[in-house]
Design a protein around this ligand. Sequence first.
Ligand SMILES: Nc1ncnc2c1ncn2[C@@H]1O[C@H](COP(=O)(O)OP(=O)(O)OP(=O)(O)O)[C@@H](O)[C@H]1O
Ligand SMILES: [Mg+2]
Length: 312
Amino acid sequence: MDKERFEELFTTHLIKDIAQEKIDIVLSGQYAKALELLRDAEATGLFPALVGPPGVGKTILCRYFASLRAKESQGRSFYWLTMDESIKPSHFIGSFDPAITLKKGFTLEAFNAGPLLSAMLEGGTFLANEINRATEFSQNTLLEPLEEASIGIPHLGRIKADEDFFFICAMNPEELSGTHRLSEALKDRIKVWIKLTYPEKATELDIIRINLPEQFMVEESELELIYSIIDETRKNKIDIEVPASIRAGIAIAKLLGRKRYLEEKGVLKDQDSVYNHLADISKHVLLGSIKPKPGVKVDTIIEGIINKTIGG
Ligand SMILES: Nc1ncnc2c1ncn2[C@@H]1O[C@H](COP(=O)(O)OP(=O)(O)OP(=O)(O)O)[C@@H](O)[C@H]1O
Ligand SMILES: [Mg+2]
């Protein structure tokens, strides 16, 4: 891509303000309660953690919360960092540009601020995503910001955070994460623990609806079937270690919606029953959406679920 085109595209696609971002979120059931807890934590200056398996809405809830804060007070931007073992303190704080540092030394001008430092300076929201995947060494970077609302930048000095600075972390439950645990020191500084899990049926159906493009709508009876397939993966705790998330249900619904759309347009030569469509689509989605227990074949599980819910 040439430079000019890159600049033009980048500028049009730039998210300037989280307050302006359209976030399609369902706020019933556990999400209403979780949002209320986030607001309580914010009002009391306590830092919260969202804990839940993949795809239950941790990130979207944080984005929505951050957008509310940004609407209330301009400049409270939203920064986030998803962690794993390779995350270093400089990824939080920022680092010196080698070329400028060579010419000018360790000056402010040579420093590129990282997301945590930016949020602290602007009074924004910082989300530490998958925080228990970071090493303890990197987790320790957060101790001073959370306890003292300050942070030391090598060569430059310490800064005090804006009083609106807010920190949220999100993680999968420890038994799923497989990597590092949250350090005791960090755990002790996080005071509001919010559990999210697979939502109740009515809420999950609303979430699927809100995520469906208008032209790919499916019927209520079809939504029910999709939910029963997804729910079955969550009930089968003997064979399945990680069941289908909300994302899987959305994906199945979208693919079914598209089949419906093509049938209505007369593009598909042969019309097929919803059962056949669903059986086929579910196979393709569930294959990578569930994690079987060791020794169990994913195909066998999927076949069992399809037989049970929509018939073979
Ligand atoms: N309350 C909700 N309203 C609307 N959409 C939702 C809601 N909860 C989840 N979703 C949708 O479900 C999908 C997964 O949500 P999200 O990415 O927030 O999950 P997560 O818990 O952060 O997952 P991970 O642990 O994998 O990061 C997204 O497509 C999101 O739009
Ligand atoms: Mg997420």
